[in-house]
Design a protein around this ligand. Structure first.
Ligand code: SF4
Ligand code: SF4
Length: 476
């Protein structure tokens, strides 16, 4: 169906999701093992996979082949991302919504949803509370409502950056998850200094999209949403995130939808999405899970993450605290590069006493509600290096300049040193004694692995400055 806003779409906007074609691919029989191994070998060369190649991996139901896919994803994750995990926290800014999405407790027909927009003072208080726990990267989340227009988003993003908690508390990157904007709107939020603009398409399957987004709601306009990040690119927001709410429709189809979207952006603008998110439908107040016959089990969830890792080797994969801690541990090994920690998703939840499982008030329920310090310590004890690095975005290394992992040696030159300096900042300024000890040990072990070079000496010097002075934010 054409968009109601067709005169405001991106240049040559097109609905590139062909349901029939993707469904045939999703239903395809398992190719022979040699073909699967050929595709795995291609992705281990860090080459992005086509939709058809992704479909072949999705069709591999044989347990032995699944294990080979998991192992390849682990290997690729090790080679491309190393052992760093980037940490962030969500901050819900407003829960008014004019949509009526069947799967969300913020839907307008849910009378029990807590409707609230944080006042400026409330927002500052939330930001300070997050800074006092050590966060540097946030994702600001807004319902879809005329109040939360581009001017409002831009204003609140500025407010977040302006809010500091001395001596060291500051937010260095504010990403946004909000409704699709028009070109002018994206230009406004870009000018406010946003990091990634995230729009989840929820489901790429047209009939399901119509079923879960009732008529006479703004979100019903499939093409307006699908085209949302193309408009972002054309307005200078070249750092974007896509996502699906798994459980609304066939997971194999949705995975192909994500890969199609990534390839579409890459083909049209020369840059793919920076991140992909894959939340699973969770119990929530006012949402009847019986209505959703495609809920995704843990094993297939792991398969989809491993296959995405292989299909889009340079795209960050985000696994949120919706998932249980044990499962997050497992999927970090084969693909995930960013997680949130210490998250609260009730409005005002970082300062106001509240039970994070009060489902009537939240958009969905969380599976991992451990504090940041506990998550950081566990990451360190299991061989990961938690990172709060924001340097590329702040040095303008985004979009087509954001070569990230494509440049040989990039990780060694930038990501690892920045992970270590931001980790040390956290350890000095916010960590418990146990976490600090685990972190110092991990930093020493990482330094040990680096060959002597002028850059290593510079890194050691910066680490010493962080240890002995108030200097912070010494990024490469
Ligand atoms: Fe509103 Fe988003 Fe929830 Fe839909 S998913 S009801 S748009 S907050
Ligand atoms: Fe990400 Fe750039 Fe930092 Fe590496 S250096 S972790 S690519 S922001």
């Amino acid at each position: 169906m054409p968009s109601m806003m067709s005169d405001k779409l991106s240049r040559d906007a097109v609905d590139f999701i062909d349901d029939g074609y993707l469904q045939d691919l999703a239903d395809g029989a398992q190719p022979d093992a040699a073909r699967i191994r050929e595709i795995i070998a291609k992705s281990l060369q860090k080459e992005p996979l086509s939709v058809e190649e992704t479909a072949a991996l999705l069709a591999a139901d044989d347990p032995e082949l699944c294990e080979e896919i998991f192992e390849a994803a682990r290997e690729l994750k090790r080679r491309v991302y190393g052992n760093r995990i980037v940490l962030f926290a969500p901050l819900y800014v407003g829960s008014y919504c004019i949509n009526d999405c069947l799967y969300c407790s913020f839907k307008r027909s849910n009378p029990d949803a807590m409707r609230r927009t944080l006042s400026d003072d409330d927002l500052r208080a939330q930001v300070r509370a997050l800074e006092d726990r050590g966060h540097k990267r946030l994702i600001l989340v807004y319902g879809e409502h005329p109040w939360y227009d581009a001017d409002y988003i831009a204003r609140t993003v500025r407010l977040v950056y302006e809010t500091t908690s001395p001596p060291h508390g500051e937010i260095r990157r504010a990403n946004v998850n909000a409704a699709p904007l028009d070109h002018e709107g994206y230009a406004k939020v870009k000018a406010a200094g946003i990091g990634t603009y995230q729009i989840f398409h929820e489901t790429y399957h047209h009939a399901t999209y119509d079923r879960v987004h009732p008529p006479r709601t703004r979100k019903r306009d499939y093409l307006w949403r699908l085209d949302g990040l193309s408009r972002a690119f054309e307005s200078g927001c070249d750092d974007v995130g896509i996502g699906v709410l798994f459980g609304l429709y066939d997971w194999k189809f949705e995975t192909l939808g994500l890969v199609s979207h990534a390839l579409h952006l890459q083909g049209k603008y020369g840059v793919g999405p920076h991140t992909i998110s894959f939340p699973r439908l969770q119990p929530a107040h006012g949402v009847d899970l019986e209505e959703f016959p495609h809920l995704l089990g843990d094993f297939d969830f792991k398969r989809l993450i491993a296959i995405l890792r292989l299909s889009v080797p340079y795209t960050g994969l985000i696994c949120t605290a919706r998932e249980r801690a044990e499962l997050r541990r497992e999927v970090m090994a084969f693909g995930v590069s960013q997680i949130d920690a210490g998250s609260r998703i009730e409005l005002g939840g970082y300062t106001e006493a509240g039970d994070a499982q009060q489902m009537a008030k939240e958009q969905f329920s969380l599976g991992d509600i451990r504090p940041l310090d506990v998550v950081v310590r566990e990451l360190l004890e299991t061989g990961y290096i938690p990172s709060w690095c924001t340097s590329c975005y702040r040095l303008g290394r985004t979009g087509e300049h954001f070569m990230e992992f494509a440049i040989p040696g990039f990780i060694k030159r930038f990501c690892t040193p920045n992970a270590l300096t931001t980790l040390l900042e956290y350890l000095r300024d916010y960590a418990s004694p146990e976490t600090r000890a685990a972190g110092e040990k991990a930093i020493a072990a990482e330094l040990e692995k680096l060959e002597d070079s002028p850059q290593k000496r510079e890194l050691i010097d910066r680490l010493n400055r962080i240890r002995t002075t108030d200097q912070r934010d010494l990024y490469f």
